[in-house]
Design a protein around this ligand. Structure first.
Ligand code: GSH
Length: 208
């Protein structure tokens, strides 16, 4: 069985848990990144020098980096419907996966840590507002892309890219801020919530 080092409220861990559910793969969550089992434990750092979760253990093959794990599992399971093999079709999916990990995540980080996690030190009103504005601008890009595909983020049909983007949007909706209505984003999130696997890891009752 696959083993995943991490904790269930981490967005990057939930990416992998959601994909495993989509693929029908059993996965055991090994507690890491919590007060009991912190990531700076030397035993864990030997496993992953980056000192971050998630880390996948596939029968002794150790793999960190959530988005790399997503691609690995799709290829392992030969799910070209989620991650196509041909260069252009694959790139159309992967560009959204990479954009989420870099630009999209960067935009919401400060406001999310301040307003949802209430992390000490994240209390500068100007930085919170700037982060909300940046998140808003990025969500607008998602809104426009959804108008083009008429379905999901990379294509009309569900692909691997919907996993990171869907979980970021869970964060977007979890933030109790005055935001403009983006109907394509709203309908997209509702459509994702029709998937039982998403509901567990990114629905309104899931961790933000
Ligand atoms: N690029 C990494 C980022 C992983 C990351 O930032 N993980 C966070 C949890 S979401 C973490 O391990 N933080 C340290 C901690 O929780 O103690 C990935 O995508 O896997």
């Amino acid at each position: 069985m696959l083993r995943l080092h991490g904790y269930a409220t981490s967005i990057n861990v939930r990416k992998v848990l959601w994909l495993c559910a989509e693929l029908g793969l059993d996965v055991e969550l090994i507690d890491r990144g919590t007060a009991t089992n912190p990531v700076d434990d030397p035993v864990f750092v030997r496993l992953n020098p980056f000192g971050l979760v998630p880390v996948l253990d596939d029968g002794g093959y150790i793999l960190p980096e959530s988005n790399t794990i997503l691609r690995y599992l799709c290829r392992r399971e030969q799910r070209a419907d989620l991650l196509p093999q041909k260069a252009v079709a694959a790139a159309n999916v992967e560009r959204w996966i990479d954009w989420q990990a870099t630009d999209f995540n960067d935009s919401w980080r400060y406001a999310f840590l301040a307003l949802v996690r209430k992390r000490p030190g994240f209390d500068d009103p100007e930085l919170i507002n700037r982060s909300i504005e940046a998140f808003d601008a990025k969500a607008k890009i998602v809104e426009e892309q959804l108008a083009k595909t008429g379905g999901h983020i990379a294509d009309k049909e569900f692909t691997l890219a919907d996993i990171p983007i869907g979980l970021s949007l869970r964060r977007w909706f979890a933030m109790a801020v005055d935001r403009r209505d983006l109907p394509n984003v709203r309908h997209y999130y509702e459509r994702l919530c029709e998937r039982p696997s998403f509901l567990s890891f990114g629905g309104p009752d899931a961790p933000a």
